[in-house]
Design a protein around this ligand. Structure first.
Ligand code: SF4
Ligand code: SF4
Length: 332
């Protein structure tokens, strides 16, 4: 194992920031990683998470600091200039500056089906290492969660972390309550460690570091639209739930639909878009046109409710929601 002292920053810390959304297990992953470093590898470490409302779908940041055993960690501030950023949900790259402050020779790990070059151009990251790992596919195939696949990918790139120690903590954590899940999580970890595709970009500390900025609300005291106008119809802020989805969304197969509205009745976010037309007998009838994916959080209640398999759960590929979106009529 490598020596942690060759990796630390000026304050003596090695720092990891996980960018995630509630429900993907980043908080637990951070705890397990810190525990492995402190209890099994002899480092000093700390971990905490920061989130708003504690619910599925909210953005979550998890921070882990490591240092040598002899050094105290007295900082509990959020990590602004991490050595490693791990993004648990690709759509966060569109809504947040996940790579802000990443060290010029740092590593970005993303749960994605994209290539490192695509992620580099999407994020503007021009130096360091980009690792792309399809953690969602691994988790689905192994019937586990993306967090253990991401832990595997992190341990693979951080050479002073002991993979066996992290696996031991995962086994202890799941073994207490869900012993049947231990084997699946071990496989998920190993696949996360080995199935990532990495590309190194030449370090250019002068040019390429993306500075950290404290997030600010786009609307505030000085920037409110005059008259308090709501500039996104139906929203007080953005009401875009796409980042809540955990990689799957419902596909609408129009030919199989009998327009029974069972999906509409169960959907908590009124995603279904209807139009009134005449049926073949000339009677006025409500027809289901499709799904407004902006409001869809991927709960799949509609898929369960549909009696004709006109809705099915599919893996969300980049651009699918935009291409198949059926917008609610303005004013509806
Ligand atoms: S998955 Fe279905 S029920 Fe759930 S929010 Fe999306 S459209 Fe509505
Ligand atoms: S539940 Fe299925 S069949 Fe009924 S309206 Fe919705 S998509 Fe169509």
């Amino acid at each position: 194992m490598a020596d942690i002292r060759t990796h630390v920053n000026e304050a003596g810390f090695f720092e990891i920031r996980m960018e995630s959304i509630g429900g993907l297990g980043a908080n637990l992953a951070g705890k397990m990683l810190a525990e492995a470093g402190v209890l099994h590898s002899g480092y000093n470490g700390s971990n905490f998470s920061s989130y708003g409302s504690e619910k599925k779908g909210s953005p979550v940041k998890t921070f882990i600091r490591f240092t040598v055993a002899q050094r105290e960690i007295r900082s509990s501030s959020p990590i602004e200039e991490p050595h490693v950023v791990a993004v648990f949900h690709e759509s966060l790259l569109r809504t947040q500056n996940c790579v802000a402050g990443l060290q010029a020779n740092g590593t970005l790990i993303v749960n994605t089906t994209k290539t490192p070059d695509e992620i580099s151009s999407l994020t503007g990251l021009e130096s360091g290492v980009v690792v792309c790992v399809d953690a969602l596919r691994i988790a689905v195939e192994e019937k586990s969660r993306v967090n253990t696949a991401m832990l595997g990918a992190i341990c693979h790139v951080v050479d002073f972390l002991d993979e066996q120690a992290v696996k031991q903590v995962i086994a202890d954590t799941f073994g207490k309550k869900y012993p049947a899940l231990v084997a699946a999580n071990m496989r998920t970890f190993d696949r996360g460690a080995t199935e990532g595709v990495a590309r190194t970009y030449a370090p250019n500390p002068q040019k390429s570091r993306i500075p950290f900025e404290h997030p600010r609300s786009p609307l505030g005291y000085e920037t409110q639209p005059s008259g308090g106008a709501i500039i996104n119809p139906g929203n007080s802020v953005l009401r875009d739930l796409s980042a809540s989805r955990s990689g799957f969304l419902p596909e609408f197969i129009q030919d199989s639909c009998i327009h029974c509205a069972a999906c509409d009745q169960t959907c908590p976010d009124m995603c279904f878009v209807w139009t009134n037309r005449q049926d073949e007998r000339g009677r006025s009838f409500q027809f289901l046109e499709g799904i407004d994916y902006q409001y869809c959080k991927g709960c799949m209640r509609c898929v369960t409710a549909c009696p004709t398999d006109a809705l099915r759960s599919i893996r969300e590929l980049d651009g699918y929601a935009d291409q198949h979106q059926v917008k609610h009529p303005v004013g509806a």
